[in-house]
Design a protein around this ligand. Structure first.
Ligand SMILES: NC(=O)c1ccc[n+]([C@@H]2O[C@H](COP(=O)([O-])OP(=O)(O)OC[C@H]3O[C@@H](n4cnc5c(N)ncnc54)[C@H](O)[C@@H]3O)[C@@H](O)[C@H]2O)c1
Ligand SMILES: [Zn+2]
Length: 356
């Protein structure tokens, strides 16, 4: 498999490289004047390889949701300006989705747009969010309500960095890998499902599925970068996953909530006649393994339905727009009433079927 590939975007193509030892080689991979925003935990864990970093400034960021609020942005802007940031300088993000969102948003807005480069360090960022151009910023407790489409200039993926990730963050990323493969079709999903255990044990296997997930996603974002049509299929597991996250006050990591959200989508599709039972049964064992430890977590129905209503992707108050599998087992966009049968099916999933 090749060591790099390119993604077309509205600002031109950008390269995604697979680069071992990326942090130690950062000075050789990146040229020009750079200002680095780095996850504070990464800076601690990888102090040695980062020691020789030549940058005009380095900002440590704790990877917490608060750090990517609009309220925090002036701190980053002020620090960059105090460190001599100029229009032709570039931003470099080293971290997961939180550091990505901050850097991408700053790159979109500072001086009306500057270049940024990304070294993703979580599996979620490496296998999914590092391509696709989106930045998502919180305003207070309103999550991901501001954003832009601002692709990086280059992405450097080093799978070796994932060895220090907490297990729940690995599983969160695996949730997105499962999602992308399910979107590609039942055969792709079965293929990654068979490799499930080896994703946690073998870097080469994980690298293979990261690259495959990115290549599948590339097809969709090149066709629909601005998320107006085919790309919306990537919301599979997300309408419900976001509601699960909100109803549990974010006790469930994003990709694990998405895994449960896909399982619920398959269950609803079967119960409400969009799909057959086979799709739910085929995917359930793998999805359930990926959200293990959270299967008995209480998800208060009132909060879950309230969160669904507030989802920014829902059009009406009484309608829900979700990605559900069809009769072939392929996810498709469905708009349907959030009526009593819909609510009853959600409740029976949370009260029992999730555990089966
Ligand atoms: N813009 C997008 O397209 C997009 C897509 C998906 C998610 N997101 C956003 O991304 C955020 C979640 O991102 P995430 O799950 O990638 O992680 P994160 O940035 O929230 O980090 C998760 C944890 O992992 C730690 N960490 C990061 N890399 C590590 C490593 N190599 N070793 C050890 N610890 C490491 C962090 O310090 C943090 O504790 C959310 O805010 C979500 O909204 C954005
Ligand atoms: Zn996601």
């Amino acid at each position: 498999m090749s060591e790099s590939f390119s993604v077309q975007s509205h600002t031109g193509p950008y390269q995604v490289h697979f680069a071992g030892g990326a942090l130690a080689r950062l000075n050789t991979l990146v040229s020009g004047t750079i200002h680095v925003l780095v996850d504070a935990r990464i800076a601690r864990l990888y102090e040695e390889p980062l020691r020789g970093l030549r940058a005009a400034s380095v900002t440590l960021v704790e990877a917490e949701e608060r750090a990517k609020t609009l309220e925090e942005m002036p701190l980053y802007v002020r620090k960059l300006l105090e460190q001599g940031f100029r229009r032709h300088h570039r931003l470099v993000a080293i971290g997961g989705g939180i550091i990505q969102d901050i850097t991408c948003f700053l790159a979109a807005t500072m001086m009306r747009g500057v270049d940024w480069l990304f070294f993703p360090t979580t599996l979620l960022a490496q296998a999914d969010s590092c391509i696709g151009s989106k930045s998502s910023i919180n305003v207070g407790s309103f999550k991901n309500v501001l954003g832009t489409f601002t692709p990086p200039r280059e992405v450097f993926i080093d799978v070796g960095l994932l060895r220090t990730l907490d297990e729940r963050d690995v599983r969160s990323g695996v949730g997105e890998i499962l999602k992308v493969h399910a979107i590609d079709g039942p055969e792709s999903f079965q293929d990654v499902a068979k490799a499930y255990d080896r994703l946690f044990e073998d870097d080469a296997v994980l690298a293979h599925y990261i690259q495959r997930a990115l290549r599948i996603k590339k097809r969709f974002i090149e066709e629909d970068e601005f998320d107006r049509g085919p790309r919306q299929i990537f919301n599979y597991g997300h309408t419900f996953g976001h509601a699960i996250e909100a109803a549990t006050e974010f006790a469930v990591p994003h990709g694990i909530a998405v895994t449960m959200g896909m399982d619920l989508a398959n269950f609803l599709a079967w119960r409400l006649g969009h799909s057959d039972r086979q799709t739910f049964d085929r995917m359930h064992p793998t999805l359930r393994r990926n959200y293990r430890g959270y299967e008995t977590l209480s998800i208060p129905g009132d909060r879950f339905f309230a969160a669904l209503q507030h989802d920014k992707k829902n059009i009406g108050q009484r309608e829900v727009t979700a990605i559900l599998p069809d009769m072939r087992g392929c996810p498709v966009r469905v708009q349907r009433p959030a009526d009593a049968p819909f609510q009853d099916a959600c409740t029976s999933y949370f009260e029992g079927c999730r555990l089966a």
